[in-house]
Design a protein around this ligand. Structure first.
Ligand code: PLP
Length: 216
């Protein structure tokens, strides 16, 4: 686990954000992944022009939303079904719907304007969260029937790679799955591979370190 980030410099974050923007182009949403950023740093983040935050844990989300409710929050972490009730009212989008039990909870705690993305285990890796590509149609059908939100797209974390180019095939595969099903959002690409993800059609990138960590 990385250390928490302290002493965020808004000017520096603003430059990093502009660099990412330059790479991905004007149409791609940049969600800043803030799991290593403590609540106290949110004013600096806001000052830097960041508007959309991606949170991984329900507890952190509650704390941050409580302290800085004027920012837009999205949930990008593993979605435990018992946390849906806490998470859903505080976010505009959940990137990581992936279990039947979460769908059941979304029926109760979702709402019409909540955007839902299904996390896909795009490389069918053992023990990794996400719906297997072969199970995607059945899962989407259940989720659409649940009316816990608007089913808007797909998300994936490709297998760990040393080179960003190694992720290209997985991004392309996710794009194909979304296109075949008429889903408009593709949440893919992190600090190390967002440029490749954008080339492959990402509509949302989720970036932490590249924007928040001081770099030499
Ligand atoms: C942390 C995280 C990111 C961002 O990763 P970085 O390497 O810091 O850019 C994106 N997506 C998810 C689900 C994450 O947990």
């Amino acid at each position: 686990m990385a250390d928490l980030i302290r002493g965020l410099d808004p000017a520096r974050v603003r430059v990093a954000l502009a660099e990412v923007r330059e790479t991905v182009g004007p149409a791609v949403e940049i969600v800043v992944a803030t799991k290593y950023l403590p609540v106290e740093e949110l004013p600096a983040l806001r000052e830097a022009g960041v508007t959309a935050l991606g949170e991984n844990r329900a507890q952190d989300l509650q704390a941050k939303h409580g302290a800085q409710p004027d920012l837009a929050y999205e949930f990008i972490g593993h979605l435990q079904s018992r946390k849906v009730r806490q998470v859903a009212p505080l976010v505009r989008r959940i990137h990581s719907v992936a279990s039947d039990s979460a769908v059941t909870q979304l029926i109760r705690h979702g709402r019409a304007d909540l955007e839902l993305l299904v996390e896909v285990n795009i490389a069918a890796q053992e023990g990794k969260s996400g719906v297997a590509p072969g199970d995607l149609d059945a899962f989407l059908e259940r989720l659409r029937g649940a009316e816990g939100g608007e089913v808007a797209g797909l998300m994936a974390m490709p297998p760990l790679a040393t080179k960003a180019q190694d992720s290209r095939r997985w991004f392309a595969a996710l794009r194909g799955l979304a296109a075949d099903r008429g889903l408009r959002h593709l949440s893919m690409g992190t600090s190390q591979d967002f440029a490749v993800a954008a080339q492959e059609g990402a509509t949302i990138v989720r970036i932490g370190g590249r924007i928040l960590s001081p770099r030499g």
